[in-house]
Design a protein around this ligand. Structure first.
Ligand code: ATP
Length: 236
């Protein structure tokens, strides 16, 4: 792990009311790497994502994105620095077609045709189904659609929150193959995931969260060997 990390989190704390949920999180995501963030339900993974994405305030600690101090940055500033997230749950418009969904994903600086081009390059299946209502597609296909907006912004760091949520293992495998392809283009990726084995298959590093702290970091094999009781508790 050398050079300026894409994401560096130091002694981060956050709370819901008086209950502290992040209790001194330290995490480094190296530039260009895929890192899996694993851990049991309630460990604080989603809260950490929210704080990093400026959807929730930290009580203390520091976050650097590509070397820039962003602890108090706005979502817009984070987006300008290349942070993009695909949140838990698939946020597509069910009564619009794939193509209409993609058209709505265009925004300042990125045209609808550019969004479509990126989406169809990563997910050829979306092109085949461009006239289908999004709500009638499989969960995996909807996830592909949800990922398309994030990819069209050419992010420096992509945060994927529970990509596998509610999907069949075969589809999850397929989505993670795409994650590996995305990583090959140089985009750094942080995958928050319950399906530990699947995420570890495409990851360069893994971090394990428990009780609001990172309790282990290392290479996937090492983490599987030493932390299997924590990370394989539920789905594997
Ligand atoms: P999961 O995989 O189940 O989503 P997680 O590791 O992402 O778990 P968080 O969702 O960050 O964990 O939750 C961490 C703790 O914070 C849990 O005890 C949870 O009950 C609590 N929590 C989460 N969101 C809120 C909220 N909005 N208000 C109060 N407590 C919350």
């Amino acid at each position: 792990m050398s050079g300026v990390p894409i994401l560096e989190i130091v002694d981060l704390h956050a709370a819901y009311g008086r209950i502290e949920v992040l209790r001194g999180v330290d995490l480094i995501v190296p530039k260009g790497a895929v890192m899996a963030l694993l851990g049991p339900n309630g460990a604080g993974k989603s809260t950490l994502t929210k704080v990093v994405c400026a959807q929730k305030e930290a009580t203390s600690g520091d976050i650097h994105l590509g070397g820039v101090h962003v602890t108090d940055a706005s979502p817009e500033q984070l987006a300008r620095l290349g942070l993009c997230t695909v949140p838990e749950g698939r946020s597509v418009f069910p009564n619009l077609t794939v193509e209409e969904n993609l058209q709505l994903m265009s925004y300042a600086g990125v045209s609808a045709s550019a969004v479509m081009e990126t989406a169809y390059a990563y997910f050829p299946r979306l092109k085949e189904r461009r006239r289908q209502l999004a709500g009638t597609m499989s969960g995996g296909e909807q996830q592909m659609l949800a990922m398309s907006r994030a990819l069209s912004s050419d992010p420096a760091l992509l945060i994927l929150d529970e990509l596998s949520m509610g999907l069949a293992p075969l589809i999850v495998d397929e989505l993670y193959d795409t994650v590996a392809g995305i990583a090959e283009t140089g985009i750094s990726i942080l995958c928050i995931e319950q399906f530990a084995r699947t995420a570890l298959r495409v990851s360069d590093y893994a971090a394990v969260m428990s009780g609001g702290r990172i309790v282990a970091t290392g290479e996937p094999d090492e983490i599987l060997e030493t932390m299997s009781d924590v990370i394989l508790g539920g789905a594997a």
